[in-house]
Design a protein. Structure first.
Length: 201
C-alpha cells in the first residue's frame, strides 16, 4: 500500500510564527493561534486588524521568521520519514512566510495559503481552498494513498478525522480530552515508532 504522511507545520516541526511576532512587537494580541481560536477566518481577521492598527508589514514579519530555527530534532525527524514514506506538509501558513523554514527543512512538499498585499501591508489572505487540509487528505485518498496525519491544533481536526490514521502532537491541554480517540504523542521518536507501527499494521 502506498502511504502519505501529512504533517502540520507550526507546532509540529517549526515554532509558532505569530507567537514570535508577538514577542518581537510586544503585542500580546498576536499571541493567539489556532490552538486558541478554532475559526481560522476569524483568527486571521483579528491578526490583520492588529497589524494594520500598529503599521506592521510583511517585511518585519519575514525578518522575525528569518531569525527562527526549527523545533529541536525536526529536520532529523523529517529526513527519517522521507527515507521511508512520501511526506507532505499541510499548513495554514502562507507562501510569503514559509521560505526560510522550507530552506531549513530541505524543501519538503508544502501546501499552504497566500497573503494578499498592498505594498508591504497585509490586507487579507487567499485560502488554497475551503477546508484545505481536509480536502488534501481526501484528494490523496482518492488517488489510492493511505494517509497518516499529524497535527496539534483545532484547525487540524478535520484532516485528522479524515485520515486513515492520525495523531495529535504536543497539543495544548483540552484537545486530547476533547478527542480521546486520537493518539497523543510528545516526542519525535515516539512519533516515528507510532508511524512505523501504523505502516506495519
Amino acid at each position: 500500500m502506498q502511504r502519505i504522511i501529512a504533517l502540520d507545520m507550526e507546532g509540529v516541526i517549526t515554532p509558532e510564527i505569530w507567537i514570535a511576532v508577538a514577542g518581537r512587537t510586544g503585542l500580546p494580541e498576536l499571541q493567539l493561534t489556532t490552538r486558541d481560536e478554532p475559526d481560522y477566518q476569524k483568527l486571521m481577521n483579528h491578526r490583520i486588524s492588529v497589524l494594520g492598527q500598529h503599521d506592521i508589514g510583511l517585511n518585519l514579519i519575514q525578518e522575525v521568521i528569518s531569525g527562527l530555527d526549527l523545533l529541536v530534532g525536526a529536520r532529523q525527524f523529517l529526513d527519517e520519514l522521507r527515507a521511508s514514506y512520501q511526506v507532505v506538509v499541510l499548513s495554514d501558513t502562507f507562501e510569503q512566510f514559509a521560505g526560510h523554514f522550507m530552506d531549513l527543512l530541505g524543501y519538503p512538499h508544502l501546501l499552504c495559503h497566500r497573503l494578499s498585499l498592498e505594498g508591504d501591508r497585509i490586507t487579507g489572505f487567499i485560502p488554497r481552498t475551503e477546508d484545505a487540509k481536509l480536502k488534501a487528505v481526501l484528494g490523496y485518498q482518492a488517488l489510492g494513498y493511505h494517509v497518516t496525519a499529524v497535527g496539534d491544533s483545532h484547525n487540524d481536526i478535520g484532516m485528522l478525522r479524515q485520515a486513515d490514521a492520525s495523531s495529535l502532537f504536543r497539543t495544548p491541554e483540552g484537545l486530547p480530552e476533547k478527542y480521546p480517540d486520537l493518539s497523543c504523542l510528545d516526542a519525535y521518536d515516539e512519533l516515528i515508532n507510532w508511524i512505523g507501527n501504523v505502516a506495519q499494521g
